[in-house]
Design a protein around this ligand. Structure first.
Ligand SMILES: [Zn+2]
Length: 321
């Protein structure tokens, strides 16, 4: 993992631990255990802290698969740090998961499966699978409705065929519409929109923004009338009249978010299909919503979000890849 460290890791024990965790499996397991449980390892099935590491009776070393055992009486007392996470049924070593989590949580524009493949030696397909699971862990980083001053806008992303004229898959790929809603100084929520009409855009705003908010959009007529439903009203920025800023009626916050998304989609991911767009958007949302954290803290947040997502992830089995 030659490329792991460039920036300062001062006072960030998580970042200090990452190079070793990305290189050595035993260190990776300990790293993940610490991220997930802190000082108190808990049984993922019953929550009990009455657990112990299983060790080889002769050597006293931890078992090769790093199992734990719960002392409470219930079926399946054994577990590992993978149990109940998005990486539970993955065969990839945890050191590669550490690397992927770290890169996905800290790269401004995102990390490609190609980079994971090159840095870890995993197959491209496994790398892509790993990143999709991390994106799944990162999803739903906003809890509850948005409020305050909320800028709303839609943009079109992706759609560029990766291998022009060679791959049939790329042909005819259209740009996809994404609606984003962002609190000034706060959080962002996005929704890929398949059917762009005033009704779908407004329904999304109604669902994700609290009725006390103030809505700011551009002059797109699709948003007309939404102000009546929000206590703060609705102001529009008239871009066509070169009016980008009128007092506090501007869309600078959402433009900033979209520029990060576009640099990532165009620069790192190239083509993003309709089926996967929501996964990539979940990743951009996660990094934006956790932008005030240090890199190490953001990595920890992503790993902790990997817990408890496994079952919901499995429900749509066909949606895994
Ligand atoms: Zn238990």
């Amino acid at each position: 993992m030659a490329k792991v460290q460039n920036r300062s890791t001062k006072n960030d024990p998580t970042l200090e631990a990452i190079p070793l965790a990305c290189a050595d499996e035993a260190a990776a397991v300990e790293f993940m255990e610490k991220q997930r449980w802190g000082a108190h390892p808990a049984c993922p099935r019953c929550g009990s802290l009455n657990v112990y590491q299983m060790r080889d009776s002769r050597t006293g070393e931890r078992q090769a698969d790093y199992r734990w055992r719960c002392r409470e009486k219930h079926p399946s007392q054994q577990f590992t740090v993978r149990t109940g996470t998005v990486f539970e049924d993955s065969r990839a070593e945890l050191r590669h998961w550490c690397f992927a989590f770290w890169r996905a949580a800290t790269s401004k524009k995102g990390v490609s499966a190609l980079e994971i493949h090159r840095q870890t030696g995993l197959s491209y397909k496994s790398s892509l699978f790993m990143l999709h699971r991390i994106r799944f862990a990162m999803a739903d980083s906003v809890v509850g409705p948005l409020g305050g001053e909320v800028e709303v806008d839609e943009t079109y992303v992706g759609g560029k065929p990766r291998y022009k004229g060679v791959s049939k898959r790329g042909r005819g790929t259209k740009k996809q519409c994404v609606l984003a809603m962002v609190e000034r100084g706060g959080r962002v929520k996005t929704r890929p929109i398949a059917n762009v009409t005033g009704k779908t855009l407004k329904d999304a705003i109604r669902e994700d923004v609290h009725a006390s908010a103030r809505i700011i959009t551009d002059e797109n007529s699709a948003y007309t009338g939404i102000g009546a439903e929000f206590a703060g009203g609705h102001q529009t920025v008239c871009h066509s009249a070169r009016e980008y800023v009128r007092g506090d009626v501007h869309s600078n916050t959402i433009e900033g978010f979209f520029s990060i998304v576009k640099r990532g989609i165009n620069g790192i991911y190239h083509a993003v299909s309709k089926e996967h767009l929501h996964r990539y958007m979940a990743e951009f949302e996660f990094r934006y919503n956790n932008r005030h954290l240090e890199d190490g803290e953001r990595t920890t947040a992503a790993i902790q979000a990997a817990e408890g997502k496994r079952l919901t992830y499995r429900t749509p089995a066909s949606a895994v890849e």
